[in-house]
Design a protein around this ligand. Structure first.
Ligand SMILES: NC(=O)C1=CN([C@@H]2O[C@H](COP(=O)(O)OP(=O)(O)OC[C@H]3O[C@@H](n4cnc5c(N)ncnc54)[C@H](O)[C@@H]3O)[C@@H](O)[C@H]2O)C=CC1
Ligand SMILES: O=C(O)[C@@H]1CCC=N1
Length: 266
């Protein structure tokens, strides 16, 4: 368990998920987490678990060892600029999970040589199953090790070059939505061929989990595992080929490129 005090600035979808994950993993005590939001009414569940709920960002930052920014990209610069006098560059670590905000942008806002970390987790962080990509500047090996140990408690972490951060946002963070849409389509198909929605949901989700675990645990390439399922003249290859005729892989690749272009071109 860490004794560092963590202030999460922006208690929305991701900020709340991170607080949930920190509590569930046992990495932080509830009393060591402060989460902020302008309207704190929606943070009741975290409050009940003992997390400090705060509307005043400056107060939260002043009492923190680690400041984790989970604001929307459009208001992050303004909010952080207002907090500049409260930051303690020599004592704090700043972690931003904000899409498209560069370390260079953070540096301009906070000033000084504050340890700066960009992290790109996904919403599975709430249950300790995030894929989190990180990069950093001005962070000592101890800082980096602490940040990695935090995100490792909340899933799997990989260090990447900052120029890949937008790609990480698409593949890792948006990827949760792509995977869920794939599962939803499976559920819809499952209902059409006879299952009730609950059973279809369970079968579709567990099957996707099993497929992912085959890659993660066995370190295999997907096609190697697909070959084991596709009986010659069988139903799997018939269905797979029909999916490809309808543009399955192509639509996913185009969707990924579209998400990426939305980040880099606006
Ligand atoms: N939702 C996701 O799956 C992921 C989101 N991100 C990034 O994380 C950031 C947050 O995303 P979400 O949580 O989805 O957005 P969100 O809109 O749910 O959360 C932002 C929160 O900040 C609060 N807020 C606005 N102004 C504030 C202020 N002055 N002080 C304190 N709180 C304030 C809002 O009320 C809101 O609850 C974004 O930059 C996004 O790009 C990154 C990875 C995954
Ligand atoms: O859609 C978005 O803009 C954010 C970034 C990653 C996930 N959600």
């Amino acid at each position: 368990m860490s004794s560092k005090k963590i202030a999460i600035i922006g208690g929305g979808n991701l900020g709340s998920a991170i607080a949930e994950g920190l509590l569930k993993s046992g990495f932080s005590r509830a009393a060591d987490i402060t989460i902020t939001k302008r309207n704190t009414a929606t943070l009741g569940s975290l409050k009940e678990q003992g997390v400090n709920i705060e509307a005043d960002n400056a107060k939260a930052v002043a009492g923190a060892d680690v400041v984790l920014v989970a604001l929307k990209p459009y208001n992050v610069k303004e909010v952080l600029a207002g907090l500049q006098p409260v930051f303690k560059p020599e004592k704090q670590i700043l972690i931003s999970v904000v899409t498209g905000i560069l370390i260079e942008d953070l540096e301009k806002i906070v000033g000084g040589n504050m340890p700066l970390v960009r992290a790109m987790p996904n919403t599975a962080i709430a249950i300790g199953e995030s894929m989190t990509c990180i990069c950093h500047k001005y962070a000592s090996p101890e800082h980096v090790s602490w940040v990695e140990s935090m995100f490792n408690q909340l899933g799997v972490t990989v260090s990447i070059d900052e120029k890949l951060m937008d790609a990480a946002t698409v593949l890792g963070a948006c990827g949760i939505a792509y995977a869920l849409r794939f599962i939803r389509a499976n559920i819809q198909g499952g209902i059409e061929i006879g299952f009730d929605v609950r059973t279809a949901n369970l079968i579709a989700a567990q099957t996707v989990k099993g497929a992912a675990e085959l890659l993660i645990r066995e370190k295999r390439h997907p096609e190697e595992e697909i070959d084991k399922v596709t009986t010659p003249k069988g139903c799997t290859i018939a269905g797979l080929n029909e999916m490809e005729h309808q543009g399955f892989s192509s639509s996913l690749i185009k969707g990924i490129a579209t998400s990426y272009n939305k980040i880099v071109k606006g």
